[in-house]
Design a protein around this ligand. Sequence first.
Ligand code: FES
Ligand code: FES
Length: 188
Amino acid sequence: MKHTIHFTVNGEPYTLDVASHHTLLRVLREQLVLTGTKNGCEAGECGACAVLLRWPGAERFEPVNSCMILAPEADGAEVITIEGLAHDSQLDPLQEAFIVTGATQCGFCTPGILVNARALLDRNPDPSEAEIREALVGNLCRCTGYLRIVDAVKMAARAADTPDKPGFFEKPGLSGLSGLSAAKEVAA
Ligand code: FES
Ligand code: FES
């Protein structure tokens, strides 16, 4: 059975016919070809499929595992995927920090971790290490040992505190404006 849904993804409005048994993950990857969101377990266990989602009427975006949401449920929602974190050819500070600290190895877990870390920094710009680890508890990484991931989130939080400090990541042009904030502006 097909449903027609209207939703926005990374600020772009879409009207799609979706199968009632397909997940939001499947729609993002197969119908919109946004393959940055990864399919790890399809069981809500690994966090590789995390996206930011704002339900109709909700105040803020929340990270969700898109494999656990049926596509028809996304009707009216706003979704931000990993492809929506960078703007105007500028990476999100978290993405910069992951590169600088070497927090990515095979990279399969990285989109989901970045999405959850972005949600954390938007609700808590100065998280403790314990709060970072708690926010990422649903993201499994088989490569890194997590130390550099935690370091990267700390670095991005510090960078947001010092947006006027050029070269924080040894790269020009870091504005300190979070990708999520920018995406909200685009969506407004
Ligand atoms: S693919 Fe969704 S939690 Fe693993
Ligand atoms: S970098 Fe390979 S699973 Fe995390």
